[in-house]
Design a binder for this molecule. Sequence first.
Ligand code: CU
Length: 327
Amino acid sequence: MFLHDFSFRPAEEVLEEIASGAGHGEMEQMPGMDHGAMAMPHTSDGMAGMQGMGAMQMDLNDFDFDAYLANDRTLDDPETIPVETNGRVLLRVINGSAATSFWIDSGDLPGRLVAVDGQPVEPVPGTRFGLSMGQRLDIELELPSSGAWPVLALREGARERTGLILATPGAQVRRIDPLGEADAPAFDVGMEQEARLRAVSGLADRGPVRPIDVMLGGQMQPYVWTIDGKTWGEHLPISVRSGDRIELRFHNMSMMGHPMHLHGHHFQVVEIGGRRMGGAMRDTLYVPPMTMATIAVDAGEAARWMLHCHHMPHLSTGMMTEFVVTA
Ligand SMILES: [Cu+2]
């Protein structure tokens, strides 16, 4: 299930509109926050910063696309996939969007999340799992009998949705409205979903680990996004030696989330909000607004690897650096 946010206009024009501030821009109150509290700076235990955020607003979607697609189709004419009665489906969801995080909702079908970014996790039961740009989810679905079941992808913070239909032979397929009744929630604020994931096979325990802080910054006006305060071209490469165990500590100091993608490697999520964990193996980690999270990685092949945000307008306005591995 390949997800896409689609515009009839050229990408340059879309980016220009976003950068001018004329894009849509959806603001959402951070959930569970005390409206009267003042924002606090980051502290060593991470989540304390979240709790003090008070009435600050996070920015979810900064552009309204013309369509949201699943396997190149909208819900006006969705793909219907024939399945067996009482069958079992392994659904691989790929978020190929430029700038849209989705919730995958399997409705009446019980599901189990079994892998993220192609890497197995201890199965997590559920009917709703989210993914940001560049991320993938493998979800096993159990079909209880015969029938037709929509699997929907809900645009975060909005009513738009897309999806496909699983249908046994002869099942009646009903039309599904491309707009939901209410806005879908923001994706993984507080990293509750990420914190539940455990790698089936994580990185081996090792001796010395080199921690490196990676500051994620930027704002809507002017629309510029940075790593360690720099845009691509002015960037400060992260230099490591092949075979070294590195920990990258992402500090998101901005009000948008950043799906951070490292080329050429799989990393493990080892800390969220100050709590150590044997989290998922991945290649793209979504770091929500004003949040800290740490990944561990064994530096691989000697080469210059891209490290970037997978939100395309962020990437285009500077949010990329190099992870330089030397022999
Ligand atoms: Cu970003």
